[in-house]
Design a protein around this ligand. Structure first.
Ligand code: FMN
Length: 189
């Protein structure tokens, strides 16, 4: 009886997740993409080193023009520095400052940095963390480039904030609505 309950429990959990995050597409990756959102509210539980490592691996795996990988990642765990960059951040948040290679001709470092950032965003979300991309605080990161030990030839392009979120948050209702596909898509037959 007890064994049966523990067998049914994961199935019930899975069904609850499906029901709270909208219709399943039948594929875990597309389901994740369609239910991901960018939380602003975080708990003070710390992001672990193992989670940081996986998020970095997801970023490093991103495609880039000519496979140039024109990026550098600065992991900011220091609470004071995290709050200097994003004042609304809380203890336990970890920032990834993604810097792009400067003076690259014929390639697309900013675009490539966008791809690596989205990979990391989805990786963090898949781990059950919250993640939000930030452009506004990049100016502060540029000012702090020495403190952040950003290597010469690289410039902060974008920041990813990660942290723990209340696990009860309904992902679908947390996401900002999107424009309709009718407004944005045309199909040539
Ligand atoms: C390039 C870029 C820059 C962003 N900059 C900020 C920012 O400075 N501050 C902020 O609160 N959110 C920022 N965001 C987060 C967006 O507002 C968020 O992704 C969008 O509203 C969709 O939210 P959702 O994923 O919850 O649906 C940024 C997102 C991107 C892609």
């Amino acid at each position: 009886m007890k064994a049966k309950f523990f067998l049914i429990l994961p199935v019930m959990l899975f069904m609850t997740i499906q029901l709270t995050s909208g219709q399943s597409t039948g594929n875990p990756l597309t389901d994740l993409i369609l239910s991901a959102y960018s939380p602003r509210n975080y708990t003070t539980e710390a992001v672990t080193d193992q989670q940081i490592d996986i998020i970095l691996k997801c970023g490093i795996k991103a495609p880039s023009a000519r496979n140039n990988q024109p990026w550098h990642f600065t992991v900011v765990k220091n609470e004071a520095l995290v709050k200097e960059i994003i004042p609304a951040a809380v203890a336990g948040n970890v920032l990834f400052v993604i810097s792009g290679k400067e003076s690259e001709t014929g390639t697309t470092p900013d675009f490539d940095c966008g791809l690596t950032t989205e990979n990391m965003f989805l990786g963090a979300t898949a781990l059950g963390l919250g993640a939000r991309i930030y452009g506004s605080p990049v100016a502060t990161a540029i000012k702090l480039r020495e403190k952040l030990q950003i290597p010469a030839g690289f410039k902060p392009v974008i920041i990813l904030r990660t942290g723990n979120i209340e696990k009860t948050t309904d992902a679908s209702s947390g996401a900002t609505p999107r424009k309709s596909s009718e407004e944005m898509v045309n199909i040539i037959k």
